[in-house]
Each structure stands twice: as C-alpha cells, then as structure tokens.
Design a protein. Structure first.
Length: 176
C-alpha cells in the first residue's frame, strides 16, 4: 500500500511543477515583496483594539530602513453579541467579531491603491465570574487582531507581487 502511494506521488510530481504556483516572498528579505512591505507605515488607529491591530501589523511588516512610500489606513469594527441564553435569561455564549476596512495609500499623492476588508470572529464562553469573562473577551480580541493582521499583510503582499509599479518603486528607492 505504501509503495503504491509513493509511486502515485512520484507520477504526479511532474504535473505539479507546471501548476503556476510561485513563492510569494521570492528573494527573501531582499525580494520585491519584502521590500515593498518594508515601505509601509501604519496610520494611527484609535482605541485598545486599534493599538492591538497596529502592534500586530508592526510585528509582521519588515523594517528595512527605507522611507515609507505607502500608508495603511484602517477602520475597525469590533462587536460582541450574545448567542446562547440560559434558563434565567443570562447569556451563556458570546461571539466577538473584528472587521477591518483598510486602504493602502500611496503617500506621495494620497491615491488609494487597495481598498479591502478583513475579519474574523471568535466564540467566548460566558461564565459566572465576570473577571473570567472579561479576560476571555480580551484574549479573543488579541487573537483576532493577530488573525486580521495576517490577512491584511497577506493581501498587501499579493498586491505588491501582482503590481509591477509597486515593485518598481521599491527597486528605485535607495535604502538608508
């Protein structure tokens, strides 16, 4: 059985090489996508959820010392809604939803290059301890900020790879 699986995998290997998949971060830290991501600054985002989102984005965007050519403007929508109800009409489960509408803006002329949304949600058990529930809500917000930041960076990286002008701007900008 194992031998059949190995032979099947070997037979399919040539077909997979022509599938059109290309590494997003080709060239590593000196590649065009990493260079373009290194020239993105994050506009201030209000509130605790904004601070968490900005921090998560800074953790994911490389700092290459080049001056910022692009800015990310983000508006967050953070909601908690009750789902489950106990017999005493108290909520037993919550859903925390974090949505981000973001725009990639060229700093030179304030033109919007990318306008998109990202989001995720998490379920939270509501327990009798108010402290434990608040801690679970905060943990969910931290986790959602990480997930949404991953989505935003991935979308901007795809945009940078698929847009020759972004890669060309990165190549012509001298590093500090």
């Amino acid at each position: 059985m194992k031998r059949l699986a190995i032979l099947s995998a070997l037979a399919l290997a040539p077909a997979l090489s022509g599938c059109g998949l290309h590494p997003l971060y080709a060239g590593g830290s000196s590649g065009p996508v990493a260079g373009a991501l290194g020239q993105v600054e994050i506009a201030p985002i209000a509130g605790k959820n904004g601070w968490l989102m900005a921090t998560a984005l800074r953790d994911r965007l490389p700092s290459n010392g080049a001056p910022a050519l692009y800015r990310i403007d983000i508006r967050l929508d953070d909601q908690i809604s009750g789902l489950g109800v106990r017999t005493d009409d108290s909520v037993s489960r919550e859903r925390r939803t974090l949505r981000a509408r973001y725009q990639l803006v060229r700093i030179g002329d304030n033109s919007v290059l990318l306008d998109a949304t990202a989001g995720s949600d998490a379920g939270i058990d509501v327990v009798r301890s108010e402290y434990a529930t608040i801690a679970a809500e905060n943990t969910a917000l931290e986790r959602l900020s990480q997930i949404v930041a991953d989505q935003i960076v991935a979308r901007i990286a795809l945009y940078a790879r698929n847009t020759p002008a972004v890669a060309a701007a990165q190549a012509t900008t001298p590093a500090k």
